[in-house]
Ligand binder design. Structure first.
Ligand code: PMM
Length: 271
């Protein structure tokens, strides 16, 4: 039997200042065109974000965030592309749902907005609850852990309790360890090695390693962000082997190729 490959979320940041593709897709037609291209290359979902979460980034007004993401979401949905919205704001999640988004991707797991879990329950959309202790302090403020994996697992468990209390169906919830969000390179690697512990919470798991600094530190000092696509694709294949449900990546083609290798390795066939 051919193993099911994880879902690929192609990243479309419509922000002037994100981690690695910041500023590239601020023109509407260009942003929609890039989203369609990500889908054609094999992205199952295009993840549209209008507020940067990079270290030190300042918060964006709700109105600006929605002006950035809603037209892009409408354009992609009209072209038949499944869309997730990367937002901390319940109001934006609700507006994105009305515009046709089918998944809410919240890097605060609901900590940033007390209404988010209610919106998840009311819309019935799939919801990615990422682990990030300190959405107010910024991703650059490194958290301290006595027992990293148990603490991240327990804190994600609390997010799941909050979702259940708000009336959400956990079958629609995906958890994410939040690589790079107030975490050191060592934290990230230890969480990747402990994915089964997160999976034991009973929800699907997604990871977002793409082009992050902890991958860059494995490369030469002058390597470009795009050079991080190779280690990203290797992480994707290893994550597939660890049973993750999804990966969030900038370069869809290299991750799809990595999944092809993983699948052929499992089955002894190339299709
Ligand atoms: N990372 C970023 C943004 N959104 N969403 C999820 N679910 N998981 C992540 O790891 C994640 C995310 C920051 O990366 P970017 O600025 O390169 O998009």
């Amino acid at each position: 039997m051919t193993p099911t490959r994880p879902k690929v979320f192609g990243i479309l940041n419509v922000t002037p200042d994100s981690f690695s593709d910041g500023g590239q897709y601020s023109d509407l037609a260009e942003a929609i065109g890039h989203g369609i291209e990500l889908h054609e290359r094999g992205a199952d979902v295009v993840d549209v974000g209008g507020e940067s979460t990079r270290p030190g980034a300042s918060r964006v007004e709700l109105e600006h965030e929605q002006e950035r993401v809603l037209p892009v979401i409408r354009g992609l949905v009209a072209a038949g592309v499944p869309v997730s919205v990367d937002t901390l704001n319940a109001d934006t999640a609700l507006a994105a749902a009305a515009a046709g988004a089918s998944i809410i991707n919240d890097v605060s797991g609901g900590l940033a907005d007390p209404f988010m879990h209610r919106v998840v329950a009311e819309t019935g959309l799939q919801y990615i609850a990422m682990h990030w202790r300190s959405p107010d302090a910024g991703a650059g403020a490194i958290d301290e852990y006595d027992d990293l994996v148990s603490e991240v697992r327990a804190e994600l468990g609390l997010r799941l309790e909050s979702l259940t209390a708000a009336g959400a169906d956990l079958a629609n919830v995906i958890i994410d360890p939040g690589l790079g969000f107030a975490k050191t390179a060592e934290h990230n690697w230890r969480l990747l090695a402990a994915l089964p512990a997160l999976e034991s919470l009973g929800c699907k798991v997604l990871i977002g390693a793409s082009r992050k600094r902890f991958l860059g530190s494995l490369l030469a000092d002058d390597a470009t962000p795009a050079a991080r696509d190779l280690p990203t694709a290797v992480v994707s294949a290893l994550a597939a082997d660890a049973g993750v449900w999804g990966v969030r990546v900038h370069d869809v083609a290299s991750t799809v190729a990595a999944f092809g290798v993983w699948s052929a390795w499992q089955t002894g066939r190339d299709s």
